[in-house]
Design a protein around this ligand. Sequence first.
Ligand code: GLN
Length: 241
Amino acid sequence: MKLTIGHLYPDLLNLYGDRGNICCMKKRLEWRGIEAEVLPFASGSQIDFDSLDLILLGGGSDREQALACEYLKETGQAFKDWALTGGVLLAVCGGYQLLGNYYQTASTKIEGLGILDIYTEWSPKRLVSNIVLDSTLFKHPIVGFENHGGRTYINDYPPLGKVRFGSGNTDSSGYEGVLYQNIVATYLHGPLLPKNPEICDYLLTRALKRKYGGNIELDTLSDELEHTANDYITQLCKSIS
Ligand code: GLN
């Protein structure tokens, strides 16, 4: 078995080590004897979405996001079709905001891809901290780091998790991210997947199922270090809340 992972616009959208999410996906496949190919697509390159099993769209500053948005417009419909027909997508922060209808910044309105019927509005108080979420899908809390000025309004989409510590989508809704079809969209940088291997395996399983069908059960990995990091952040946040 083999998965092809596309990294969209690493030259523009790669804050706080978002690329670590790619390393994590690749390693966790290889540790199980599954081949992994990573294709980075610099801004402006042609993308054949049908050849991709998984995509990472990372985060960026408002300026970089506006540039990425211009490039994405060119491939917008193909990306949308891919994502809404079961494409497995991890979108982080600026990438999450770009999936929506628009991001209204302090000075301009950045049109989104409209893959999700959500929108984001900027507010002067930046939301910056470690963050801990609870999700019924995963045994461990989801941990990460958030730093955003945008507040994302997700309508009736299911969130990724309930905020235990930190701010999340709007600082007041009590929820974070979106989990819809095979799309995980979240404000959690950090990078997300090494600290939350259950989310990584969730994405990999979905991508393998989409490609090969049947009942995919990934071999269990020890994840001792990963869980130690996860517990450390959870305890740290608990001690200061
Ligand atoms: N530019 C966006 C905001 O500040 C996203 C930043 C990011 O990706 N960290 O809301």
